[in-house]
Each structure stands twice: as structure tokens, then as C-alpha cells.
Design a protein around this ligand. Structure first.
Ligand SMILES: Cc1ncc(COP(=O)(O)O)c(C=O)c1O
Length: 364
């Protein structure tokens, strides 16, 4: 059996340190906004080179809080990718704003910068590129368009912890960066968790207030906020893993490189645009034989998945509102993409077995 991710092997490798960190956090009884949360925020800001980092309860909340902190609300439009997890668009909707989906680049699956400018209207307030599957979006032209039209740039970094572009970490290129620590993410905790990087002290302060019931001083509430805090226990686990993130990401890249070497003649392997470091949250390829390959993998007890089968404008929740919208690249990619198992500790024999099975399904 080869799973998409193997969290147990990683836990067992770090068990002594993680168990101690968790037990120490429990012993401290400072469960909410305790010392591990503060330390983790500082360590993450330092690792990423971000001026400020404020943790919260999930990646979805990170997006929601960032959008609110940016002052985005009803009547505003936010340009984003249709080829992402629903949370990116959900968070825009939570704030009462409208997602405007712009098609993706067929090679990187990230927002196509050439199409962003044409989608801008007087209501556009922000652009949210997603660094999908761990590959940074094409930020230079996106940043230029945002600057030209005075739009906020909010990065969805849920899948890109540790990915860099133009020598800078994702999450430090816009005004706000939103991270997820869902267990299977490149940096994952043992439950839900998230974090917002902020370019200014004002934005960081706003996210802090929003995540804690609109409160700066206990029992004094200046705005309607949320209960969206990262648990101290989760922060303790994340601190142990943060120290190894480069090693984890190097492990993912090693797996991806071997897959690509073995599969380049039979499928369209992930394209690295050379602008940044791809950290392979997912190894996603394109093929016209997806069903056959997935069936063969499943017969061999090998997991595979389709991220994502339906672009957001075609989802039931959005289908009516976006009925006239055609995004041919996202629609085509959704029909042909599939993802193979990838995790830092994946043994070379497993990578070879998966690749051989994929090849066998295609070649017969
Ligand atoms: C691109 C993207 N954005 C946002 C999220 C939301 O993160 P979370 O599951 O931590 O709420 C995820 C992951 O689940 C994601 O992949």
C-alpha cells in the first residue's frame, strides 16, 4: 500500500521531540495564545523573512482574516484562480466580496498574469494568486499589475511553505500571505492551524485583533472578531517541524525529480518555470489516460488523486452565478490532471514502483 502521504513515518522519526514538546505544552497549561504560539510566530517570521507573522486556526481563516484586515468587503471584487481549493474563494465570499476568476497558465496551473489586467474593474480591490502545488505563481508581472492599479496583493501560500521566488519566500511578496498547517501540508500540525504574514505592523495588529474576538485588551472589544487562534500544543509541534522544513522540502523535490525523470516520455510532467523553487506539495501531471492510470494504481494498492476535478466557477455553489464564464485552460487541466503520492520520506523503491505502474498502464 502506498498512500498519498505518510504522516506516521515522519512522526516516528521525530517522536521523542514532538512528544516532549506536546507534554511540556500541556504541563505549562498555557493552552491559548501561550508561549509556543509567540515563539512559533517569531520563528516563522524569521524563517520566511516576513516582517510580521500572526497565527490563527486554519488556512481558511488565514485567508478570511487577511481579507478582512485588508478592508475588503461587500461590493469589492477580488481576482483569483479558478483552479484551487475552494477555501480561496470561500474566504472572499465570507467577507461579502465577489471572486473574479481569471484563467491559469497551462504549464504551471497558476494564475495567468497576462489575463489579470483585463479582469480589473473599478470594483477590483485585490488579487489573490495561489502558489498551487508548491510552485510560486508568476509574481513579477502580477506585482506590477497590482502596483499599477493600486490593488492589494494577498498570497495564498497554503501549499507553498518554504517555496521561494526571486530569492524571496512566498508570503513575503504581497501585503499579506496566508498559510495552512493542515496535517498533510509541507509544514503540517496535528489538527488545523494557519498563519498570516503581514507587510506592516498595522495589518498584523488588525489580524491579531480579528483572530481574538475583536479584542486588544481582555474584555474590551473594538470590532466584531472571531475565535481563530492556533493552539499552543499545535504551535509546539510546528516548532519542532519548522526546524526541518528545508529537509522536508528537499525530500519532496527528490521524489518529484525521480518521478519526472521516469515519466517524462509518457505523461506531461510538472513544469518548473525556473523562476522559483517548487516545493511539491503535490506532484501533479497531465494525461489523457487518467482513468486507466488511476484504475491500475488502485489495483496495485497505490493511491492517487485528482486535485482538482472541477474548477471553482463550475462548482455547484458558483455554477449559476458564473454560468457565462469560460476558462478553457482551467477546464482542460481539471479534466486531465492527476496527482501521485509525494512526501519527504517516500522511499526510492516506492517512487519507482509508482512510476512503473503508471508507465505500465499507458504502454499496456
Ligand atoms: C490553496 C489552499 N488554500 C486554502 C486552504 C485552506 O487551508 P485549511 O484547510 O487549513 O483551512 C487550502 C488547504 O486546505 C489550500 O490548499
Amino acid at each position: 500500500m502506498i498512500a498519498m502521504v505518510d504522516l506516521k513515518t515522519q512522526y516516528h522519526a521525530l517522536k521523542a521531540e514532538i512528544d516532549k514538546a506536546v507534554l511540556d505544552a500541556i504541563e505549562s497549561t498555557q493552552f491559548i495564545l501561550g508561549p509556543n504560539v509567540t515563539a512559533f510566530e517569531q520563528e516563522t517570521a524569521a524563517y520566511l523573512g516576513a516582517p510580521y507573522a500572526v497565527s490563527c486556526a486554519s488556512g481558511t481563516d488565514a485567508l478570511h482574516l487577511a481579507i478582512l484586515a485588508a478592508g475588503i468587503g461587500p461590493g469589492d471584487e477580488v481576482i483569483t484562480s479558478p483552479f484551487t481549493f475552494i477555501a480561496t474563494a470561500e474566504a472572499i465570499c465570507y467577507a461579502g466580496a465577489t471572486p473574479v476568476f481569471v484563467d491559469i497558465d497551462p504549464q504551471t496551473f497558476n494564475l495567468d498574469p497576462a489575463l489579470v489586467e483585463a479582469a480589473i474593474t473599478p470594483r477590483t480591490k485585490a488579487v489573490i494568486p495561489v502558489h498551487l502545488f508548491g510552485q510560486p505563481a508568476n509574481m513579477t508581472p502580477i506585482m506590477a499589475v497590482c502596483e499599477k492599479h493600486n490593488l492589494l496583493l494577498i498570497e495564498d501560500c497554503a501549499q507553498s511553505f518554504g517555496a521561494a521566488v526571486n530569492g524571496k519566500m512566498t508570503g513575503t511578496l504581497g501585503s499579506l500571505g496566508c498559510f495552512s498547517f493542515f496535517p498533510s501540508k509541507n509544514l503540517g500540525c496535528y489538527g488545523d492551524g494557519g498563519l498570516v504574514t503581514c507587510a506592516t505592523a498595522e495589518l498584523a495588529e488588525q489580524v491579531k485583533v480579528l483572530r481574538n474576538h475583536g479584542s486588544r485588551v481582555r474584555y474590551h472589544h473594538s470590532i466584531i472578531g472571531y475565535n481563530s487562534r492556533l493552539d499552543d500544543i499545535q504551535a509546539a509541534i510546528l516548532r519542532v517541524k519548522l526546524k526541518r522544513i528545508d529537509e522536508f522540502n528537499a525530500g519532496r523535490r527528490r521524489v518529484a525529480q525521480l518521478y519526472s525523470e521516469l515519466l517524462k516520455d509518457v505523461v506531461s510532467v510538472p513544469f518548473e518555470d525556473g523562476r522559483g523553487v517548487h516545493v511539491y506539495h503535490q506532484y501533479t501531471l497531465l494525461t489523457n489516460k487518467r482513468d486507466v492510470i488511476m484504475a491500475r494504481l488502485s489495483e496495485q494498492q497505490i493511491s492517487s488523486a485528482v486535485y482538482y476535478p472541477i474548477p471553482l466557477h463550475k462548482q455547484d455553489v458558483f455554477a449559476e452565478a458564473y454560468a457565462g464564464v469560460r476558462l478553457p485552460v482551467a477546464e482542460d487541466v481539471a479534466n486531465r490532471c492527476m496527482s501521485l503520492p509525494v512526501y519527504p520520506e517516500m522511499p526510492e523503491e516506492s517512487v519507482r514502483l509508482v512510476a512503473e505502474t503508471v508507465k505500465g498502464a499507458i504502454v499496456g
